[in-house]
Design a protein around this ligand. Structure first.
Ligand SMILES: [Zn+2]
Length: 88
């Protein structure tokens, strides 16, 4: 199995190794991919540990979207608890 393939979309273009420190948030890239896609990539995987630029961008954006959604959810629920206490 060739390692020069995107782990997520199987593209062969613009590949980056996810453990490369040059990638933005590279130390978390493995977790970002796992949280957003459910795909677990380990350093000792025999299959590709690379993803393409496009997937890199998508996962980072999905992760950001998830982070904002969770923060807003907490905010809404916090407001709800406050209004219940106030008796609205
Ligand atoms: Zn890809």
């Amino acid at each position: 199995m060739s390692c020069d393939i995107c782990r997520l979309c199987l593209s062969k273009n613009n590949l980056v190794w996810i453990f490369d420190r040059r990638i933005e948030n590279s130390e978390n890239m493995k977790d970002v991919i796992y949280i957003t896609t459910g795909v677990q990539i380990n350093m000792n995987d025999t299959v590709s540990q690379k993803i393409c630029n496009k997937c890199c961008e998508i996962t980072v954006r999905m992760f950001e979207f998830r982070r904002i959604s969770l923060a807003n959810d907490r905010r809404l629920k916090g407001q709800e608890i406050m209004s219940v206490k106030k008796g609205y």
